[in-house]
Write a protein that binds this ligand. Structure first.
Ligand SMILES: Cc1cc2nc3c(=O)[nH]c(=O)nc-3n(C[C@H](O)[C@H](O)[C@H](O)COP(=O)(O)O)c2cc1C
Length: 150
């Protein structure tokens, strides 16, 4: 099955998982990068006016740099991200809205500071109409991949 691993990572943890996953699957890799990269100050969630909090509260779209080439050729998409505020970061919603998910299978994977995946799949599904989400898991790091793939 032609497989894509698409991920967003602000601090590198999810990137490490995504890179290992893509290697193990022999899948293509796409980094979901915001057009305006996050600085350390932007993701300081303890600051009420930090960019991450303004985006979250305002339910703002976060435009993505670049596009996935030959999107229509993928049957299975692994979508990875850090858990932000118990769910997927807004940039993931924006990414999902940009593509046709009809008939695709999807697996969600995340890293977090301790939160579980919660209702992330249910919350993302409206942005991926027609996709069948097979699994959704939080991993501690690349060593957790067996659970995702098993
Ligand atoms: C804005 C923001 C919100 C976060 N919210 C949560 C959260 O709700 N629960 C949690 O366990 N971790 C939370 N974290 C921690 C990240 O999920 C965790 O550090 C993750 O592994 C970072 O992945 P990355 O290095 O790929 O960006 C948050 C981090 C940031 C920057």
């Amino acid at each position: 099955m032609k497989t894509l691993v698409a991920y967003f990572s602000a601090q590198g943890t999810t990137a490490a998982v995504a890179e290992t996953l893509a290697k193990r699957l022999g899948a293509d890799l796409f980094e979901i990068r915001p057009q305006v990269p996050y600085t350390a100050a932007d993701i300081r969630w303890t600051n009420p006016v930090a960019r991450c909090n303004r985006e979250k509260i305002g339910k703002k779209d976060v435009p993505v740099a670049g596009t996935v080439a030959n999107w229509e050729s993928y049957e299975l998409v692994y979508l990875g991200f850090p858990i932000w505020y118990y769910g997927a970061p807004n940039v993931i919603n924006t990414f999902c809205k940009g593509y046709d998910w009809q008939g695709k299978q999807a697996v969600l994977f995340a890293t977090s500071g301790g939160s579980d995946i919660g209702r992330t799949a249910e919350k993302l599904q409206p942005y991926m109409p027609g996709a069948k989400i097979l699994k959704a898991r939080v991993l501690q790091g690349p060593e957790g991949l067996d659970e995702l793939l098993g």
